[in-house]
Design a protein around this ligand. Structure first.
Ligand SMILES: [Fe+2]
Length: 467
């Protein structure tokens, strides 16, 4: 009885962590048999201190209004995946808050963006993703070409003001990176390339998404602020508790977080897999880590010679080999030379304010978070694009799958094992949004290094719209 009472009031706790963990991503990547590109071997070891973050910025209507006026109108934001508007006349409708933009593939193959409103009475020219030869307003048939020039005016004789000049559809800046089209409402903003910076462009030169196709796009409306949602993906600290299945072989508590002073709009996280997590007590052994990787990537090899570590082989080396073999089989592309890191690790980048592209095959994702049309800071839209390699001709994009606020990701077969991970995150977000309103002093306290990216989001100022 005493033992039961003791456990009730003093349950076992994870291993004491007063001592900084020993494993480093940098040492692992440097000792991998197939090393990644040079930039992956860089470790910035930056600190931005530990100033608390005012929680109200995640739920106050005043703060959301500031973001609406001074952030979303001035920043480069990913609007469309180019393959979704592959052919001339393909149109993607991008919505941010109560604004809407048409991203249009032109006859010459270029992409331009225009305000989605008829200049006559304001009706939206397109409601959703479509293919059109021209932009005809359904109200009175006022018509523009795909290039924004006027094509036809109803009762032109009754618009004498047109003699002063034809009303072109207002154009929105639109520039491309890695197959994605970004828009910016701010005519005076720097170019997208300058915004991303040469360091980022160089780091991504080998992660060419023209060699991927969009197998699926998941879109979920979820009851949390857009920053509450994406903040949860900027650190691996939560994985030990939120994704306990990953403790079989992911070094979640020793991930690497990089920021660069000359590249304020991007940051990076690398979480190694095929490594025994130090926080586990007892820690998984090398054969156990390898078995865990096999169970995820190639369960058929379990119980066979292939599913056993060779003498002298590390779990990391064996795991990389298994992952490469699984990708080659699943995608029909040769992955035999893929670096261990790109095969196994979670390599997540963040482009302010809201795009998260991953440079690895273990998590072949791009996330995007944004406030929804209502402008209510307690709600956002969370999208996950699944971008997979292919052989031969690029397959057409897969479906957009909408997941309601009360629906689970786990019914989406396209996500495979990622579905459980996403749902584990989704389960916690509405409660986080509610709970932070209860904080007595209204401040969030963050770790220094593992939440460096979250600190940077505030420090760089893009989360802080001009007053
Ligand atoms: Fe997570």
């Amino acid at each position: 009885m005493d033992r039961i009472v003791d456990e009730l009031f003093d349950p076992p706790v994870p291993r004491d962590e007063l001592v900084h963990p020993q494993h480093t991503v940098n040492a692992t990547l440097k000792s991998d048999i197939v090393k990644p590109a040079e930039h992956m071997l860089e470790n910035t070891k930056a600190s931005l201190g530990t100033d608390p973050i005012p929680a109200a910025r995640y739920f106050s209507k005043e703060w959301a209004e500031k973001e609406k006026i001074s952030l979303w109108t001035k920043v480069w934001q990913m609007a469309s995946w180019g393959e979704d508007i592959r052919n001339p006349g393909d149109i993607y409708v991008y919505r941010i808050l109560d604004r809407s933009v048409l991203v249009i593939r032109q006859r010459d193959g270029s992409v331009r963006a225009f305000v989605n409103a008829c200049l006559h009475r304001g009706l939206e020219l397109c409601e959703q993703h479509t293919h059109q030869a021209e932009l005809k307003c359904p109200f009175h048939f006022f018509t523009w070409g795909l290039d924004g020039d006027v094509k036809w005016v109803p009762s032109r004789w009754d618009f004498p003001q047109l003699e002063q000049g034809e009303p072109k559809l207002p154009e929105v800046r639109c520039e491309e990176w890695n197959g994605f089209y970004f828009i910016n409402f701010d005519k005076s903003a720097e170019s997208l390339k300058d915004y991303l910076g040469s360091r980022f462009l160089e780091q991504w030169k080998d992660w060419d998404f023209s060699k991927r196709y969009k197998a699926a796009q998941i879109e979920k409306r979820i009851k949390c602020n857009w920053k509450t949602g994406q903040d949860a993906f900027m650190e691996s600290l939560h994985a030990f508790s939120t994704h306990p299945q990953s403790n079989g072989g992911a070094a979640n508590d020793t991930a690497q977080y990089d920021i660069w002073p000359d590249s304020p709009n991007i940051n990076r996280m690398i979480t190694t897999l095929g490594i025994s997590p130090e926080r586990m007590d007892p820690r998984p052994t090398e054969p156990e880590v390898f078995e865990w990787i096999c169970s995820m990537y190639l369960p058929d090899v379990l119980g066979t010679e292939e599913g056993k570590l060779k003498s002298g082989e590390t779990a990391r080396d064996g795991s990389a080999w298994i992952a490469r073999k699984a990708y080659s089989q699943n995608f029909g592309v040769d992955c035999s030379n893929l670096s261990a890191s790109e095969a196994l690790d979670a390599i997540s980048y963040f482009i302010f304010p809201n795009m998260m592209p991953w440079g690895c095959l273990s998590f072949p994702l791009v996330y995007r978070f944004r406030p929804d049309e209502s402008g209510d800071p307690d709600w956002c839209i969370w999208e996950a694009m699944l971008l997979l390699p292919y052989s031969g001709e690029r397959p057409p994009s897969g479906p957009v799958i909408k997941v309601g606020p009360d629906e689970s990701f786990e019914s989406i077969i396209e996500l495979g094992q990622l579905a459980m991970i996403l749902q584990q995150d989704a389960d916690l977000l509405p409660g986080t949004q509610r709970g932070m309103k209860n904080l007595a002093d209204g401040k969030l306290i963050l770790t220094e290094s593992q939440e460096l990216r979250n600190h940077q989001a505030w420090a760089a100022g893009l989360y802080c719209p001009a007053p």
